[in-house]
Design a protein around this ligand. Sequence first.
Ligand code: DC
Length: 231
Amino acid sequence: MTRKIVIAIDGPSASGKSTVGRRLAKRLGYRYLDTGAMYRVAALKAKELSIDSDDEDKLARVCAGMEIVFVHDGNEIKTFCNGKDVSEAIRKPEISALASEISSKKAVRDILVEMQRRMGAGGGVVAEGRDIGTVVFTEAELKFFLDSKPEERGKRRFEELMEKGIRVSLEETVAEMKGRDQRDRRRKLSPLHKAEDALVIDSTHMTIDGVVEKMLEEARRRISQGGNCQK
Ligand code: DC
């Protein structure tokens, strides 16, 4: 039987983690764990219930009651929370901002990290986020840190939002991206940084297919060798 490993993909917003992560999971027949979507669902719930983003007790209760499921739908992955499809609602800019804010709360992280570990138990999973290789799955057999220039990432996010009919300006999107990067990198809890044993991929001048192929090649090597990450 083929060994099923855990593949961690970390990196800043819109570095392409979700797109390549989904494709990589599909090619390997692995489950896909979008941890950013989980923080987004928590933000959506907090907003729906008008919970103050500083009220950690209430936020924790909401998080503990969330049952999140990711479902493959063609090339897409749908996010369900307690049976409801929230895939679109969690991508709205106001939810992005709130997700960034509440993801810095310890009570929220403690619950979601635990949930992520349960969802990844047994391997055969591609998990993406900010702290996957550094906190959630420190023993992951393969770790990537996917990065690219903020202007390029802002442009990609802008095009993604336009496609979904969400009207924003490019300048606004790039500025929002830089702000979120700073918050994610400077926060006290689980700041975004590269795990020592992660392989860095800079996707600024790479196509999505190029990134996926590179990751796939590395994944197959690790699966067959059973070795640890090398820098
Ligand atoms: O990857 P994303 O843009 O969907 O993530 C939404 C927010 O959640 C982002 O501001 C950072 C935060 N996040 C986090 O703190 N830890 C993770 N593992 C994933 C996302």
